[in-house]
Design a binder for this molecule. Structure first.
Ligand SMILES: Nc1ncnc2c1ncn2[C@@H]1O[C@H](COP(=O)(O)OP(=O)(O)OP(=O)(O)O)[C@@H](O)[C@H]1O
Length: 605
């Protein structure tokens, strides 16, 4: 019952007008059978002269019923969509509300997010909105049954239990069958996800290329059918069982109706009551029966249950969603809102890592890092793959918390600085490519036109913008009308422009994780020449495998196995003759021989 009430409470997201309109339509639809029963009785009872009122009553009931029927579906859909929109916004806000990413990376959290935001593609899947609308319809069924029962009581009170009790028993039996059926489906949902996955990659162009070249089509279809049968065979088996038992269950309300019909017919034959009343009673008994066999609300409740449960669990994991400047009614947020406040005039802070240790599940990444980054300093992090460079910057960005040790900004632990992340700007290795306009990709919100053109120039994007037919408004996605895709290097310039834009709006620390990995040598060289000017007054942490690009950094730090093993200027480290010097010399030699100058572990063995 609590679940049903919870679902009904979701109507606050549908808006009052839509909720009221839907309730009225559901109620009209519910009382139409009883109305028809009364109108029929009046019609049959009327003689030729006095038939006008019953005909008008009948027409009114039928018209009202048809209108309610016609509008109920679209209005119900609108209500469900609004509820679902608010529900999914809430889930996104909850997940985004955790400042670190370790929670969002957890498999159990990912599973819950998937469950609670799934699109209903299968007959058992239902959204929160579907569940809420079905609860209103259930209330309508109850009103319908009660109004028809009132007509039956008009003839004889005992007709009510005779028809309603078998009908309710049937509902319970049939409902229980659906619940069992649903659980069988859910038990195999892992296989369901797998065969959906195989189906998706079978039809995806990128995967299709590889599958064709390797001749792996039959292998894939084998997995597809095996996982599908593992999931659906028990479901189909239960389908057959439901159908066999349906006949038995149907006997209950049929028996109730038959007894009522017979009793009324015998009574009329014996001169008790009129034919008109008999017709009304028969119509009402039919209505009780037809309401009883509608068990779609059971399916909707069961279908929405995992969605609601997963949402509840996510609420418990993080009860603090990010605050949204939301349109409360629909749960929407404004994508044009300015996410920056007034740019702070303060200089970058003194950053200090104190014996920082951090591990991913099953893998230690940082093993006691002590590091200081002075305000305005440019610091390069170098090291082989897996040394812990990106992890260090993710800890600095507050995306993970150290397992032990502290990261301080001007003496305060960054975990205690509420708006810490707004002070940083980052180009991640795996930066995002939003299927939005160039402008939105850079500003991620309200755009300051002057700053926008500045960072476009600084990121070297002017030639790209001049070729875009829609300029800044061109969607950067082929799937959008008049959309285009950019090359890997151009996308990287967009990510750089995004990071520079944030620094112009107040971020005082810029983290660049391989920001030029996709750029051609000339563009990269050009960018690094200008980088000191572009980042004046900002602390920069730069990760790069191409050591020629880091030599001008104020300081270079070499990470090895999650520890800092060397630190100094390029000249100092070269003079030291350690691992950095060896890596640099090897890269320089390879570059002069025309090879890629990146190194991996084997090169230094
Ligand atoms: N999300 C994660 N879950 C589990 N392990 C991870 C995760 N991210 C990184 N690691 C592991 O932590 C270690 C450090 O990774 P990190 O990405 O910090 O290295 P890196 O020095 O930046 O490497 P690269 O130069 O290849 O980018 C690696 O062994 C990596 O496999």
């Amino acid at each position: 019952m609590r679940e049903r009430l919870d679902l009904l409470r979701l109507f606050r997201y549908a808006g009052p007008a839509v909720s009221i309109a839907l309730t009225v339509m559901v109620l009209i639809d519910a009382v139409v059978p009883a109305g028809i029963a009364i109108a029929v009785q009046e019609l049959v009872a009327a003689d030729g002269r006095s038939a006008l009122a019953p005909v008008l009553l009948m027409s009114g009931v039928v018209l009202a019923g048809q209108l309610a029927l016609a509008f109920r579906l679209p209005v119900g859909r609108l209500a469900a969509d609004r509820i679902d929109g608010a529900h999914r916004t809430r889930i996104a806000a909850l997940v985004m509300g955790v400042p670190t990413v370790d929670v969002a990376e957890r498999q159990d959290v990912q599973d819950r997010v998937k469950t609670t935001t799934a699109e209903p593609r299968d007959w058992v899947d239902r959204t929160s909105g579907d569940g809420a609308v079905s609860q209103l319809e259930l209330a309508g069924h109850a009103v319908g049954m009660a109004s028809s029962a009132a007509v039956l009581a008009w003839w004889s009170w005992w007709l009510v239990p005779a028809t309603v009790i078998p009908a309710v028993c049937f509902r319970m039996m049939h409902g229980r069958q659906w619940v069992r059926h649903f659980r069988i489906w859910v038990e195999g949902v892992l296989y369901h996800r797998r065969w959906k996955y195989w189906g998706e990659i079978a039809t995806t162009p990128a995967a299709g290329r590889e599958l064709r070249v390797f001749g792996a089509g039959e292998w894939l279809l084998g997995h597809y059918t095996r996982d599908m049968r593992t999931h659906v065979d028990p479901v189909w088996e239960d389908d057959r069982l439901v159908l066999r038992r349906l006949w038995l269950a149907l006997l209950l309300p049929l028996a109730g109706c038959t007894a009522a019909f017979t009793w009324v017919a015998l009574g009329t034959a014996a001169g008790q009551g009129s034919v008109a009343l008999e017709v009304a009673v028969v119509t009402a008994a039919w209505s009780v029966f037809s309401v009883a066999i509608r068990t779609d609300d059971v399916i909707s409740l069961e279908g929405a249950r995992p969605v609601r449960r997963a949402a509840g669990e996510l609420e418990r994991i993080n009860p603090e969603p990010i605050p949204l400047r939301a349109h409360a009614e629909t749960g929407g947020a404004d994508p044009r809102a300015d996410r920056f406040g007034e740019p702070p005039a303060s200089p970058p802070p003194l950053l200090r890592f104190e014996d920082v240790r951090f591990g991913y599940p099953g893998r230690q990444a940082l093993n006691g890092v002590d590091l200081e980054i002075r305000p305005g300093e440019s610091l390069a992090l170098v090291g082989l793959n897996g040394a812990g460079k990106s992890t260090l910057t993710k800890l600095l960005a507050g995306l993970y918390r150290p397992d032990s040790g502290r990261i301080l900004a001007d003496g305060t632990d960054i975990a205690d600085i509420p708006d810490w992340q707004s002070r940083l700007s980052v180009v991640f290795q795996d930066f995002l490519k939003y299927p939005l306009s160039l402008r939105d990709n850079i500003t991620l919100g309200a755009a300051d036109p002057e700053l926008l053109s500045d960072v476009v120039r600084d990121a070297g994007l002017v030639p790209v913008v001049s070729r875009l037919s829609g300029g800044y408004d061109t969607p950067l996605s082929r799937s959008r009308t008049a959309g285009v895709d950019l090359s890997g290097g151009q996308w990287q310039q967009v990510a750089l422009a995004r990071a520079l834009y944030a620094t112009r709006r107040g971020a005082r620390i810029l983290v660049l994780d391989e920001p030029t990995a996709h750029l051609d040598v000339r563009t990269e060289h050009d960018l690094f020449q200008r980088l000191p000017d572009l980042t004046e007054g900002i602390s920069v942490v730069l990760i790069s495998h191409r050591l020629s690009t880091v030599r001008q950094a104020d300081r270079i730090v070499l990470l090895d196995g999650g520890r800092i093993t060397e630190s100094g200027t390029h000249e100092e480290l070269m003079a030291e003759g350690g691992q950095y010097a060896a890596m640099y010399a090897l890269q320089a030699r390879r570059f002069s021989q025309g090879y890629d100058d990146r190194l991996d572990e084997g090169d230094l063995a």
